[in-house]
Design a protein around this ligand. Sequence first.
Ligand code: GLN
Length: 263
Amino acid sequence: MSNMDRRTYLKSVGGTGVALTLAGCTSLTGDGGNADTITPGTASGFPPFEFVNDSGDLVGFDIDLLTEVVDRTDYELGEWEDLEFGQLITSLDNGNIDVIAAAMTINDERDQTIDFSDPYYDANQAVLVREDADFRPGSRDDLGDRPVGAQTGTTGEDEVDALVEDGIIAGGQKSTYGNYVLAVQDLVNGNVDAVIVDTPVAETFVSNRAVVTAFTIETGEQYGFGVPEGGEELQTALNDGLAEVQDDGTFQDLTEEWFASGE
Ligand code: GLN
């Protein structure tokens, strides 16, 4: 029923009968009722998935998507916690947050500590370079002896580590950052010659910063929402909500809203 219907209904029945009659109507009180409130965690600085806009608000595809998904469950979404990406899994383990929505790649290493929802977005890794520089690498080997950056704790950092392991760059040529906005800034400033970042986010930076994608590393990643290990009830609810959002066209609408124009 609509809010107006509810109010009318409340007036007509009044008193204690309301709580009994509407025990299952969880949004009635506006702040949870008898629903479980879950605290979502993200890491801004990853446009267009999650970033702080000019008005200082946390916005983005993940923010809207999780909101729509949770709307279709019996859970209530609490206040967002904006953390560093590298702290999200620990925060989930500690119970400081209940769900991660941060363009987080589902992989075996993380799967040992936390559980994931079904995948909702595909990505590879892009190698960004300065638009005004001559340096245009076409392969990993072309990055030889160049300073390369990525955000701490990401699959992009894994790719930089692989360059070090393969002897393409030295350990001291790897730079890590608290978020990718800082990494791209350092690239523009000339402190690193390349930044490795997820392809959809690279496209956003290409459209609004003086950087270009030199080449792509095909990693075949998929993003999922993170939930605590053993949190099957929440995991199932999120998967059901996600399927609904995909089936009813909402997912497509959000994709057009956040990706069509490049941000
Ligand atoms: N998808 C990448 C990862 O999971 C980057 C995520 C991010 O920086 N928010 O590591």
